[in-house]
Each structure stands twice: as structure tokens, then as C-alpha cells.
Design a protein around this ligand. Structure first.
Ligand code: GAR
Length: 209
């Protein structure tokens, strides 16, 4: 009998290096309890879409601007998730805040990677390079990355995993961003996706027996 796996959708907006880490983890077997079935981007120019297509993964572009409202945007996301029978949503550099209407529908089924040690440098307005700019401006000596469940509070859901990364003299936001990705995000996100996928399939198997 084929082992059941959790069906994963990855939401992206940009370069997609975290998506790539998930694809590579699937290839290497680090991610084995779930598989990526769908990649959704809220931007048609996201390079992440090319990465997904190269890996043979179905892609969808859903843009809020074209749909006119947050509600219509989230309805389109929900439709795509339902059609694909998605169990787990991974936000991997997804730069759009989801409302409580959306997050409550997928309680404990959405995880996000954030490039700082939450509760530092997180919440509304802290995304991408801005997070590293803020860490350097404050002068902290250690930063890192966090993977957490997503609820109605931006970057406020239960923490799944964290990893610290040292700040070095002469760091620019770009240098620091790269180090945090290499030393923390690309390791933590696939591990967390595996952990949560495993929990989901275990729970599903329990419900079916
Ligand atoms: C990553 O550093 C990710 O943690 C961050 O954006 C970058 C996306 O890079 N996400 C956030 O700031 C979300 N609040 P990627 O597209 O190469 O994965």
C-alpha cells in the first residue's frame, strides 16, 4: 500500500529560495510525509514560479489587485486549495497578510518562515530585507529565523522552530539576509514542513481507523 502523504501548497511572492529548499528537501527525502502539489504566487513576475515549473509542480497566479478585494482574493485562494485537496499551506516569502477569515479556516494548517527571532523584528511592516535592516539598525548581535503557525496576528502564531544566527561586523542587510537563509531558513522550513505533515497524516490515519 502507498504511504499517505500530506498535500502541500506553497504560497510565494518573490525569488523562492525557500520554495527551492522545500523542493530539494523533497528530493533528498528530508520532506517525506508531505509533497508539494501546488505553488500559488500573488505576483505574476515571481521567480519562484519558474522554480516550481522546473520541478514539474503546478502553479497558479492569484493577484489581489485583479480581484479587487481581500475577500475575493482569499476566496480565489480557497477555491484553488479546495480543488487541489490541500492539507498544509506553507508561506515561503509570501508578502501578503491573510485575514482571520482565511487563517481560522486553516487553523494549525498554515506555517510561515520569518527571518528573525520572533518576537523581535516581526509583525506588520517587517518583511524581507526590512527585517534585517531593522536588526542592524537596532544593533543586536544575534538574529535568526522562526517557523510558526499562522493565525490572525501577523507573525503571532505558535512557534514551531527557531535558529539563531550571529551578526558580524560589516554586515549589510543583503549579507545578513543571505546568512540567515543559509544557516537557518533553508534548514528549518523543510524540517518544520516534515514535522507538521507527519502530524497531519498521523491525525488523518487516526480519524479513518
Ligand atoms: C525570506 O527571507 C523569508 O523569510 C521572508 O522573505 C524572504 C523570501 O525569500 N519572509 C518574510 O519576511 C515574511 N514576513 P525567498 O522568496 O527567496 O524564499
Amino acid at each position: 500500500m502507498l504511504k499517505q502523504t500530506a498535500r502541500i501548497a506553497v504560497f510565494v511572492s518573490g525569488g523562492g529560495t525557500n520554495l527551492q529548499a522545500l523542493i530539494d528537501a523533497q528530493t533528498s527525502g528530508i520532506l517525506k510525509s508531505g509533497h508539494i502539489c501546488l505553488v500559488i504566487s500573488n505576483r505574476s513576475d515571481a521567480y519562484a514560479l519558474t522554480r516550481a515549473a522546473s520541478a514539474g509542480i503546478e502553479t497558479k497566479v492569484i493577484e489581489k489587485k485583479a480581484l479587487g478585494s481581500q475577500e475575493a482574493f482569499e476566496d480565489a485562494l480557497i477555491d484553488a486549495l479546495e480543488i487541489a485537496g490541500i492539507d498544509l499551506i506553507v508561506l515561503a516569502g509570501f508578502m501578503s497578510i491573510l485575514s482571520s477569515r482565511f487563517t481560522s479556516r486553516y487553523e494549525n494548517r498554515i506555517i510561515n518562515v520569518h527571518p528573525s527571532l520572533i518576537p523581535s523584528f516581526c509583525g506588520k511592516g517587517f518583511y524581507g530585507l526590512k527585517v534585517h535592516e531593522a536588526a542592524l539598525a537596532y544593533g543586536v548581535k544575534v538574529t535568526g529565523a522562526t517557523v510558526h503557525f499562522v493565525n490572525e496576528v501577523p507573525d503571532g502564531g505558535r512557534i514551531i522552530a527557531q535558529k539563531a544566527v550571529e551578526i558580524q561586523d560589516g554586515d549589510t542587510p543583503e549579507i545578513l539576509q543571505r546568512r540567515v537563509m543559509e544557516q537557518a531558513e533553508w534548514i528549518l522550513l523543510p524540517q518544520a514542513a516534515e514535522q507538521v505533515s507527519k502530524e497531519i497524516i498521523t491525525m488523518k490515519a487516526g480519524n479513518e481507523s
